[in-house]
Design a protein around this ligand. Structure first.
Ligand SMILES: [Zn+2]
Length: 391
């Protein structure tokens, strides 16, 4: 029998970061859900509470452990995306170290980050894993639900359980998303975008996603969930299918720039080269190539105007699985101008002259993403890695 404790599940003044947890057995999988990392995206919070309520009401028996954490609690109360800085852009080792050294942090999101990090660490010390991290979001534009992942094979395998589009490569365009940070410790981490911010359907989408994730992580058996088939069908009926996309471009809004997306774009909508997408200080912004528009910005706050996507072929996906399993990536180091970072096993340092002739695709094929320019060199970081403890 699983012990259930749900703090203020529905009655909600939400003063606790952990809005609910279920203790199964210590040596079984643990699902950790983040809801409301962006304060104006509360569909995930609502869905989490519904799931907790149904678990309690139906006395659903758990083998695994579940923890549901609120994200930006201050911003959730104020119904804003963030107060000082985007809480989903500050996750890196340097910030964590700096926060722990600094006693007088006055930045609202840094305080949230320190608390989330401490809670996460405590949870991971209590249970043995494997750990599955889910981060629930919504978008300002209308959208079919989709999954975002760092391109590791364990992330791919888990995201295959959902009949949804999967978007790779966001970490190459954004600094400091929470899940990219978690991935660096080898854990499975899926971002789920449930639909448009204030659409009630987004809540149902998040709920169906959570139930499926709990089953596929082997936290709970599907036979214990009343109406599990209904949740399966709900996701399958969303007109989506399991396909992979890759981000190929990000439009960054500069400080002081007046950016205005043209109205009516939907997520994943195909666009043609030179098609007018937006206006920047009254100048036209056009698509650089035939692609699909992704996360067009229809809200005040945010630095990403839009992204462009291209579809990834099955051939590429399968080739990359073979290349990674056979560990052919070691040969990359034999190329002149490419060498291993002696301080980090997962990083390749590449001379920019070489990188110019080698397509980024080659590195992607072998699972290297997150291209950083440091000390006049490119750093490519491998996404597949062994599980290690947090900092
Ligand atoms: Zn978000």
């Amino acid at each position: 029998m699983s012990k259930i404790s749900t703090n203020q599940v529905i009655e909600s003044t939400d003063t606790n970061r952990i809005i609910g947890n279920i203790d199964g057995s210590k040596n079984s999988p643990t699902v950790i859900i983040f809801a409301g990392i962006h304060g104006n995206e509360i569909a995930g919070v609502k869905a989490s509470k519904i799931v907790l309520h149904k678990i309690k009401e139906n006395n659903i028996s758990f083998e695994g452990n579940l923890f549901i954490l609120l994200g930006n609690m201050n911003a959730i109360k104020k119904d804003i995306r963030f107060e000082n800085v985007d809480l989903n852009r500050i996750w890196n080792k340097e910030n964590i170290h700096e926060n722990s050294r600094n006693n007088d942090v006055d930045n609202s999101e840094k305080l949230e980050q320190m608390d989330i990090y401490a809670q996460m660490k405590e949870i991971m010390q209590q249970t043995s894993g494997p750990f599955y991290f889910l981060d629930l979001h919504t978008t300002s534009a209308p959208s079919v639900p989709f999954i975002t992942i760092s391109d590791s094979l364990n992330n791919r395998k888990f995201s295959k359980k959902f009949p949804l589009p999967v978007v790779l490569g966001i970490e190459e365009y954004l600094d400091g998303p929470l899940l990219t940070f978690i991935n660096e410790f080898g854990h499975i981490a899926l971002g789920f975008e449930g639909g448009q911010h204030h659409d009630e359907k987004s809540v149902a989408n998040c709920e169906a996603f959570i139930w499926k994730a709990l089953v596929h992580s082997k936290c709970v058996s599907k036979k214990n969930i009343p109406d599990f088939k209904k949740y399966q069908k709900h996701l399958s009926d969303l007109c989506c299918k399991y396909e992979f996309f890759e981000i190929i471009y990000r439009y960054e809004i500069k400080k002081g720039e007046h950016f205005l997306m043209n109205p009516g774009f939907k997520n994943f909508e195909p666009v043609e080269k030179d098609q007018l997408l937006a206006k920047s200080d009254d100048y036209p912004v056009i698509a650089g190539e035939n692609s699909r528009v992704f996360m067009p910005l229809y809200q005040e706050q945010g630095e990403d105007g839009y992204f462009l996507l291209s579809k990834i072929s099955k051939f590429w996906l399968n080739s990359s699985i073979i290349a990674r399993r056979l560990k052919i990536n070691h040969f990359l180091r034999l190329i002149p101008g490419v060498h291993k970072d002696l301080d980090n096993n997962y990083t390749l340092i590449v001379d920019p002259k070489i990188a110019k002739y080698m397509a980024k695709d080659i590195f992607h094929l072998f699972g290297y993403r997150r291209q950083i320019f440091k000390d006049d060199k490119f750093h490519f970081i491998k996404r597949d890695r062994k599980v290690t403890d947090l900092l």
